[in-house]
Design a protein around this ligand. Structure first.
Ligand code: C2E
Ligand code: MG
Ligand code: MG
Ligand code: MG
Length: 277
């Protein structure tokens, strides 16, 4: 009997795994179709100076509007896309679209501004990201300071020599590099010695916990101290309330981003906010 139960359970897990695999394959083929049919779009969320409240730059966040099928957040479909070669294609689309948008705004007279792009781990590790970014910038007549990149801690941990070299070249060229979701990944800080980065984005988890959790507040404060001692800017992401904004301001976060200020929005809407037109 026990053996039967065990066997059944084994079958159950296998079936579930097959279902998930099938679902992922389905999503991957839908993503592939959507890439061909231009069913992606970039939304933009501003980052504000904590003291003055003015918008300094923005982060591009991909949105998928499939002609048919379910709506899905990038937090769900990006990791699935990472299981295939598709992540490099989606990633390149994001880079080119962000550059195109930055150039469009520049041509309309918006000068000192930057769009930061999220790079997925696979995309960063398996591609010559320096050449890809350089080509995209050149195509749209942009300086490296007009586009920035966000990488998570875990990606940096798994980076090889070539990746590190690419990062150095981007840094030297004047591109801003941020560590996203800081504090949730690998806990060793030693990698900060090796990687040329400019900004730490404190993960939303600590910000949302800070309202009721003393430890989360302490972690935020510690990140600000470490970041500043290393000469980095510290960003609080996921600011949803006035209280969280006040805390971020008080402990010395340089920049803030979150629904309290603005949700991610279409390019035209951000342009209106930026220019008052
Ligand atoms: P992320 O880079 O850490 O982006 C922040 C996420 O938090 C975004 O979700 C944003 O909409 C959301 N957010 C911003 N402010 C608030 C807030 O105040 N409260 C709450 N609850 N959420 C807030 P989104 O756009 O769904 O993206 C999720 C994740 O998907 C991103 O996390 C990033 O890891 C990934 N992602 C998004 N766009 C891209 C992309 O173009 N390429 C790659 N590789 N990954 C992307
Ligand atoms: Mg990000
Ligand atoms: Mg983040
Ligand atoms: Mg995140």
């Amino acid at each position: 009997r026990a053996k039967d139960a065990g066997r059944n359970r084994y079958c159950f897990f296998t079936q579930t795994m097959n279902d998930e695999l099938r679902r992922h394959q389905l999503i991957i083929s839908e993503l592939r179709l959507s890439l061909a049919h231009q069913e992606f779009s970039l939304y933009y969320q501003p980052l504000l100076d904590s003291q003055s409240g003015s918008i300094k730059y923005c982060e591009a966040l991909i949105r998928w509007f499939p002609g048919s099928g379910e709506l899905m957040s990038p937090a769900e479909f990006i990791p699935i896309a990472e299981k295939s070669e598709l992540i490099s294609k989606i990633g390149e689309w994001v880079i080119n679209e962000a550059c195109r948008q930055r150039a469009e705004w520049k041509n309309k007279g918006l000068l000192d501004f930057r769009i930061d792009i999220n790079l997925s781990g696979k995309q960063f590790i398996h591609n010559d990201i320096f050449s890809i970014l350089k080509r995209a910038l050149a195509k749209h007549h942009l300086a490296p300071s007009e586009i920035g990149i966000e990488l998570t801690e875990n990606v940096l941990i798994h980076a090889g020599e070539n990746n590190l070299l690419n990062l150095r070249k981007l840094h030297e060229a004047g591109m801003q590099i941020s560590i996203d979701d800081f504090g949730t990944g690998y806990s060793s800080l030693s990698y900060l010695r090796h990687f040329p980065v400019h900004n730490l984005k404190i993960d939303r988890e600590f910000i949302s916990g800070s309202s009721h959790n003393e430890t989360d507040r302490s972690i935020m404060e510690a990140i600000v101290v470490i970041g500043h001692r290393l000469g980095l800017k510290v960003i609080a992401e996921g600011i949803e309330t006035e209280e969280q904004h006040r805390l971020a301001q008080r402990i010395g976060c340089d920049l803030e981003q979150g629904f309290f200020f603005h949700k991610p929005m279409e390019a035209d809407k951000l342009y209106t906010i930026l220019t008052g037109m």
